[in-house]
Design a protein around this ligand. Structure first.
Ligand SMILES: NC(=O)C1=CN([C@@H]2O[C@H](COP(=O)(O)OP(=O)(O)OC[C@H]3O[C@@H](n4cnc5c(N)ncnc54)[C@H](OP(=O)(O)O)[C@@H]3O)[C@@H](O)[C@H]2O)C=CC1
Ligand SMILES: CC(C)CCC[C@@H](C)[C@H]1CC=C2C3=C(CC[C@@]21C)[C@@]1(C)CC[C@H](O)C[C@@H]1CC3
Length: 618
């Protein structure tokens, strides 16, 4: 296969997907696996593009003395305005992150009845409002506009647009929402201002806020969580798992075994290898303070599949996987040590990070607090994103792997030919949850943790240790505490899990689809509140029922996962209590951010939807 025609850093022209329009770009990198170039458009949009859609700059250089068709058109119809400039003033418009490339707006001046310009910059539901007027109808669309860019307008493309517009008789006016509201009663000609002000890609600046009780709270969490985990694991391994039967038979020295640490390091290396495999699509995160969006390889499902195959091969060759169960404490301790090393590394390297690369909490000057919360938002080693890897691969794959080990251990210890119904249901529910998360991995990129949280001890420990070892507690409990459940109870538990899952999934789907495109016709039945910062808030459907319907679904599922463990002990209900507490606490964290971002519009939403998670309760 011939090598790439363009090198990193080259300038060239690239075709905007779905059109024949070319824009100037800079080559960022070339991925030999997918044969795609990662390119940066002048407006800050990052995209993966095939070589056939990239042309050298020379091809587009106008011949001396002859203006390009677009220029001719531009001059004749807009007098002296240059392409890419707005009809009202020639200021440089906003940078636009990557969104739906099909939504290129055509701007018309109604008074002249003429096309002024084809903006190729895609619309983004943020910052601006596009008023689409067709006679009496006014459809409000949210959009983000524009940055001057050297548009090469293909004559034919323009004609097609003209025709379409004539047929549809659609006039699009772009204006700032606030301006529109203020000028409701003013002269109509003044009212429709095209791209009125120069703007930047507005990424709300988060004000630092002290969470988890600051340094003292962080210290308490860091000191209490690891012992709590060992306590829980120890209780699960005891015959009598009641909470007051706590006589630790081990010392701290028993927690350490170098061989186990070696195996654990090998496991993490293997996951890292799968993470780096150039398979699976590339997705983009939310815009950063710089306006850039990071790209992420979405291959969690592949990695899980490879791990599944590996486990099958190990079982086939009768490799003793029960070793993991027999050394569970030591594995948990190894994971804890690794999370501490990782946190220290993250803290040290964050000292070189620029202010823009830091999270809001990371800007605090308190060492303990920032060590816990994390300073750098997206620490990366080359293309290896440490936080994304740990949240998706280490946490979720680790969780289902340990669950499966518990299933094998149950069969071994209880001398069963097949796992118990309780064990199967716990394994199946949680595997399904993880598969769902991996399938929708792209939407995780906008979650609080990936988009806004720094990477420090909280997430390092949470992802490397807490999720795999504490979330698998029900399965660990069932290994030594057999529970008989009737088909009726099992049916009720499955129904409860399904109910929770439906709420969780449809709430997340509604929000994700709405965030992708607020005008999605499938969401036309939903009401929304326009906000002054641009992105509207859903105020009906699940998001009109309570303010955090996805948390409600998650909590219902969490309790459904505990029920197969029966009612002999409270220990297996730990996950239900923990997740309920975590999500209630998370509500306050998310709402704090939302209040900062949406200000009084968020209060309006709270007034309209008064309950957070459960109507009439909370
Ligand atoms: N099992 C576990 O341990 C955990 C699971 N989770 C799950 O992970 C998922 C992600 O959680 P998380 O990131 O905390 O929260 P959400 O997915 O609920 O995201 C919150 C964000 O959604 C947007 N939003 C809030 N209200 C509205 C509205 N009415 N209309 C439109 N957008 C709105 C805001 O972001 P913006 O303004 O930027 O659009 C807000 O910051 C959830 O499903 C949660 O249940 C979370 C934590 C732990
Ligand atoms: C022990 C610490 C003090 C707190 C640890 C918190 C972590 C366990 C959670 C913080 C956010 C999480 C998210 C998930 C798992 C739990 C942690 C890491 C998900 C990956 C679970 C699957 C969902 O679909 C997405 C979640 C994102 C947040």
């Amino acid at each position: 296969m011939p090598g790439p025609r363009f090198s990193d850093g080259d300038s060239a022209m690239a075709r905007w997907p779905g059109s024949n329009l070319y824009f100037e770009i800079q080559i960022l990198s070339f991925d030999s696996g997918s044969q795609l170039y990662s390119v940066l458009f002048k407006d800050g949009t990052e995209m993966n593009i095939k070589e056939s859609d990239i042309r050298s700059l020379n091809i587009f250089r106008p011949k001396r003395g002859s203006a390009s068709p677009s220029r001719r058109r531009s001059r004749s119809r807009t007098r002296s305005r240059s392409p890419g400039r707005t009809p009202t003033q020639g200021r440089s418009p906003a940078r636009t992150p990557k969104t739906d490339p099909k939504s290129s707006p055509v701007v018309r001046d109604s008074r002249k009845g003429d096309i002024l310009k084809v903006h190729l910059t895609p619309l983004k539901p943020q910052d601006f409002i596009v008023e689409t007027r067709n006679g009496k109808d006014a459809i409000t669309r949210h959009a983000k506009l524009y940055r001057e860019s050297p548009v090469i307008q293909a004559e034919e493309e323009l004609k097609v647009y003209e025709k379409q517009i004539k047929n549809q008789k659609v006039l699009r006016y772009i204006q700032r929402k606030e301006y529109f509201a203020e000028s409701e009663n003013k002269d109509v000609n003044k009212k429709f201002i095209l791209n009125p002000e120069p703007t930047r890609n507005i990424v709300p600046v988060e004000k630092p806020v002290v969470e988890f009780g600051g340094a003292i709270g962080a210290t308490l969490v860091m000191l209490s969580m690891p012992p709590l985990l060992y306590y829980l694991l120890h209780m699960c391994a005891q015959k009598d798992a009641s909470l007051w039967n706590f006589y630790p038979h081990w010392t701290f020295r028993d927690l350490w075994e170098s061989t186990v640490f070696g195996y654990f390091a090998l496991w993490i290396l293997l996951l890292e290898l799968f993470y780096l495999l150039p398979i699976g699509p590339i997705a983009h995160g939310v815009p950063l303070a710089t306006g850039k969006r990071l790209s992420y390889r979405i291959n969690g499902l592949f990695a899980l599949f490879f791990i599944g195959v590996l486990v099958a091969v190990l079982l086939y060759y009768k490799i003793n996987l029960l070793y993991v169960y027999q050394h569970l404490h030591q594995f948990a301790a190894s994971a804890t040590l690794l999370s501490v090393i990782l946190s220290a590394y993250l803290f040290v390297r964050s000292r070189k990070a620029s202010q823009e690369e830091l999270s809001a909490a990371g800007k605090s000057r308190n060492f303990i607090y920032t060590f816990f919360m994390g300073r750098e938002l997206n620490p990366r080693i080359g293309k290896f994103d440490l936080k994304h890897f740990s949240a998706v691969h280490a946490a979720l794959i680790g969780w289902v792997f340990i669950n499966f080990i518990m299933l094998l251990a149950e069969m071994d210890i209880q001398q069963l030919e097949s796992p118990s119904a309780s064990m199967i249901s716990v394994n199946a529910f949680q595997l399904f949850y993880v598969l769902h998360a991996l399938w929708n991995q792209e939407s995780m990129l906008s979650s609080l943790d990936i988009a806004h949280e720094g990477f420090g001890f909280m997430l390092a420990f949470g992802n490397l240790v807490w999720v795999p070892f504490a979330y698998s507690l029900q399965a660990a409990y069932l290994v030594k505490h057999p529970v008989e459940i009737s088909w009726a109870v099992l049916g009720a538990v499955v129904a409860m899990n399904t109910f929770g899952y439906i709420i969780f999934r449809s709430a997340n789907n509604q929000k994700n689809a709405f965030r992708r495109n607020p005008e999605d016709p499938r969401l036309s039945y939903l009401k929304s509140i326009p906000t002054s910062c641009g992105s509207p808030l859903l105020a009906s459907g699940w998001w009109g029922f309570v303010r955090h319907p996805n948390y409600l679904g998650d909590i219902i599922m969490a309790w459904a996962w505990c029920l197969p463990c029966g009612f002999n002990d409270v220990l297996p209900y730990f996950y239900g209590f923990f997740l309920t507490g975590l999500l209630i606490h998370r509500v306050s964290r998310v709402e704090h951010r939302c209040r900062q971002k949406y200000s009084h519009d968020w209060d309006k939403y709270c007034h309209l939807v008064p309950y957070r998670i459960l109507p009439y309760v909370y």
